[in-house]
Write a new protein. Structure first.
Length: 505
């Protein structure tokens, strides 16, 4: 029963959630949260303040001790809006590494939105509706349009509650002029996405984050019935009322508290303007968030039988096809190479002894290994490496993209070595594993060398001193494929220490 830990470092607070995988389901063990306002100075000066960084480090060290108590086997620590924006983020990443041993990932706004969507879809029964998902943090607001549980569109807007409070609301309570300027700014931001969202014919709106929790809590205290969605009309009344109260009175309202009171007006205005501009009648609050998405992702990567594994596979496959299409890849060719690579991976498990997850990295590389040709045929393998490693590919971490890019890099004349540039970001063992995956992809590509699927299938037989490939040619024969495979025999022997014998039936 593996235990996972997920930590979300946002503009307003740092949050921890610990869960154990029991019978293919996540069981919550512990959660914690502390306000550090890491993004507060970023929105004024463009820099993370020393005090906020030090406070955050102390919280992370406390979380680390908690995770040790629970025996967490895998921990993901991600940073969001302030770390995307700050000019001194690299120094903070080094500080986190030194103080905790963790490698902090800075996720994009789109990846943040994807993970939150994964959390909601994986844990709610309403995933088949055309849903608008709103997550308003301290620095940004992720807006996701979903249908049948799949992301249709996703946007990251600079509408975080801390960011907007810092930029517009200088008085307590805020002045009418400040509120008017803030409303105008929100309108301008929403105008960039409004048409695309209204075209989605939204059936349900789900809001996450602390601001949404506070607004839902206030609604429950002040209305009858006490359950159900928060109507837009009630939200509009809340905004008008909260904006007239000084901070101390806002803090005294149950569900808001001292720190939330400082930013609740700006956050509430964003939610109000979103619902009003899009003509939405209400929103449902969900306590799920980025940490739940991280936990779902980690558990699905560990256990293929978790119920949201299929959701992640769909997201990843769609992301690969979208990227390949964008760079004009021949999808029929790429998908056949992918199928052949999967056959080779499965048939040679006793030879390559790669971890199970390399099946996914190998087949992804098969789909994307020709994206570099879109830029230039000369040096296209280097271009492929750059595109894959630097592109936003839903469902894959930066490290996973680096692995996929490294595998795709060496399907041409060059071969990877331990000192190869593409292997430098990887651990030494990963470099060895990538070399094994590379030869499998080279063989799969050789099996479709003529680009006409001349080898519909291949049978693999492993002997003590050799590996035998028996191919079944199609109607036009497979002479080019046999020739291309013969060119890989020497490299195969270097990597695996066995002969590669190819025969046609």
């Amino acid at each position: 029963m593996p235990t996972f830990g997920a930590i979300d470092i946002g503009a307003n607070s740092v949050r921890l959630k610990v869960a154990r995988l029991v019978r293919h389901r996540l069981q919550l063990l512990h959660e914690d949260r502390e306000v550090t306002r890491l993004g507060e100075s970023v929105f004024r000066t463009g820099l993370l303040s020393t005090d906020a960084m030090a406070h955050t480090i102390k919280v992370l060290q406390r979380f680390r001790r908690t995770l040790q108590v629970y025996g967490a086997e895998s921990v993901r620590v991600v940073g969001t809006s302030p770390l995307r924006d700050a000019r001194n983020t690299s120094g903070f990443l080094d500080w986190v590494k030194s103080a905790t041993g963790w490698k902090l990932e800075v996720v994009s706004g789109l990846e943040e939105g994807r993970l939150i969507h994964l959390a909601v879809v994986a844990n709610q029964r309403s995933s088949n509706a055309r849903m608008l998902l709103l997550d308003l943090g301290g620095g940004s607001c992720e807006v996701t349009l979903s249908e049948q549980g799949e992301i249709r569109q996703i946007f990251s807007l600079q509408l975080g509650a801390v960011r907007l409070t810092q930029q517009f609301l200088q008085h307590d309570p805020p002045k009418r002029k400040e509120l008017g300027q803030l409303q105008k700014y929100i309108h301008e931001e929403l105008a960039t996405v409004e048409k695309r969202l209204t075209a989605g014919r939204i059936q349900m709106t789900v809001a996450t984050s602390g601001t949404a929790a506070a607004l839902a809590g206030v609604h429950q205290k002040r209305s009858t019935p006490k359950t159900g969605p928060v109507p837009t009309a009630d939200l509009a009344r809340q905004v008008k009322w909260l904006a007239t109260l000084p901070r101390e009175q806002r803090a005294a309202i149950p569900g808001i508290g001292t720190r939330r009171a400082e930013i609740i007006v700006a956050g509430a205005m964003v939610y109000r303007e979103l619902l009003v501009r899009l003509g939405l009648p209400s929103f449902h609050y969900s306590p799920l968030g980025l940490r739940d998405g991280l936990l779902a992702q980690m558990s699905a990567d560990y256990d293929r039988d978790t119920r949201f594994r299929k959701q992640i596979e769909v997201e990843r496959q769609n992301a690969l096809v979208n990227l390949a299409t964008h760079y004009s890849v021949d999808l029929k060719f790429a998908e056949h190479v992918r199928a052949l690579a999967l056959e080779l991976f499965t048939g040679m498990k006793s030879v390559h002894q790669l971890p199970a997850e390399y099946e996914e990295w190998l087949t992804a590389a098969a789909m994307l290994h020709e994206v570099g040709a879109y830029i230039n045929l000369t040096g296209n393998r280097r271009h492929s490496y750059y595109i894959i490693s630097h592109s936003e590919i839903f469902g894959y971490t930066v490290h996973q993209r680096n692995l996929i890019a490294a595998i795709a890099r060496y399907v041409g004349r060059s071969r990877p070595g331990i000192e190869s540039r593409a292997l430098r970001p990887l651990a030494p063992l990963e470099g060895v594993q990538v070399q094994k995956a590379v030869i499998l992809l080279r063989l799969a590509r050789a099996l479709n060398f003529s680009r006409r699927a001349a080898v519909p299938q291949v049978a693999v037989r492993v002997r003590a001193d050799r590996v035998e490939l028996k191919i079944t040619p199609g109607r036009g024969g497979a002479e080019l494929e046999l020739w291309a495979l013969s060119k890989e025999c020497r490299y195969f022997r270097e990597v695996f220490g066995r002969e590669l014998v190819v025969a046609a039936s």
